[in-house]
Ligand binder design. Sequence first.
Ligand SMILES: Nc1nc2c(ncn2[C@@H]2O[C@H](COP(=O)(O)OP(=O)(O)OP(=O)(O)O)[C@@H](O)[C@H]2O)c(=O)[nH]1
Ligand SMILES: [Mg+2]
Ligand SMILES: [Zn+2]
Length: 376
Amino acid sequence: MSKSLISRRPTFRRGVSAGDQKTTPASGAPLARLGWKPFFQQQLSLEELEAFEPVRVTAVHRSQIEVAGERGDEPVLVSGPLFDDAVEKPTVGDWLLLERESRKPARRLERSSLFRRMAPGAKQAQLIAANIDNVLIVSSCNHDFNLSRVERYLALVKEAGCRACLVLTKADLSDDHEQYREALKGHRDLPLVLVNALDRASVESLRDYCRSGETLALLGSSGVGKSTLLNSLAGSELAATSGIREDDSKGRHTTRHRALYAIPDGGLLLDSPGMRELGLADVSEGLAATFADIGELAEQCRFADCAHESEPGCAVQAAIESGELDERRLQNWRKLEREIQRNTRTLAESRAQERAFSQFVRTVQGHSRARKSGDE
Ligand SMILES: Nc1nc2c(ncn2[C@@H]2O[C@H](COP(=O)(O)OP(=O)(O)OP(=O)(O)O)[C@@H](O)[C@H]2O)c(=O)[nH]1
Ligand SMILES: [Mg+2]
Ligand SMILES: [Zn+2]
């Protein structure tokens, strides 16, 4: 599979790859390398396999999406009911069935995992990606590093059932690696890797997360080096990168669109724009898994409904006093729990309103059809 089979290029025609070189059908990526698994295969009937072709969404734009399949890359127009629903509509990483001749998308396959966030300031959830296997939560050895934010990402990743690793870039610019290891001591199940993302040898240990057939997402703030990591793992400059602001170490939002890239001899890598805010909704299980230590302590509290404030016999407060549990961690758990409850409620209300509205539209359409047939 050539790297150009999956790329950010928005509009190249079917059978023609980057640089307008012809790609033969033989150079089309076998589906397994694009992440096709039995989980997807078993969703197709034999008739569907004859009539349709599975393709993977590699990028989503306003009026078209890009997909990759056995025939290579191709653009597909965004139209039809498949694209109407905010949650159901295809996102990067989704598998679609295309009609073999018309190349129209007929159906989206059920997802093995889905990442979404509350869009900043909106009442809607925004899809981030689907069918991701592993995630690198990327931060850097500078002002960007923030443990509470890492826990926020972790709740999302655990809810989706993905394997996670925390990558701290810019290790070459920091003399004190120990402070980061120390800060992560409480997260024993979260592997931590410090790298110089510009150095290919330094990122070698991350290859285990993007083996052939696996899809790895890079998530983190702008400027932490997600695209730089992608380029080093790919061994070529697939994505643009640019320097961060000197004064506050913040990035310049260089990557504008989420897209899947193929790594030579490896899997697929999702590069995404740096996220300013990652609002959480519907990730209660992921949160519980992220703060499993607090959950275990809470079971030892004297009162079953202990709020872990000033109740006698509170095992959580005792752990804070003994230094076993960081108070910040308890505060963050509370904050995220409140946020998830609030956002989950908001989402449920908007869904109910949408449903009521579509019911209303259907009723009105029904009336007008009945009137028309009465006129005839
Ligand atoms: N010294 C050093 N510089 C790095 C490292 N990783 C990234 N950089 C630099 O940091 C800057 C930002 O890197 P990008 O890869 O563009 O960051 P990004 O996370 O993709 O940012 P957005 O696309 O804005 O979300 C670039 O100038 C990189 O060269 C590293 O490990 N060490
Ligand atoms: Mg980038
Ligand atoms: Zn308690």
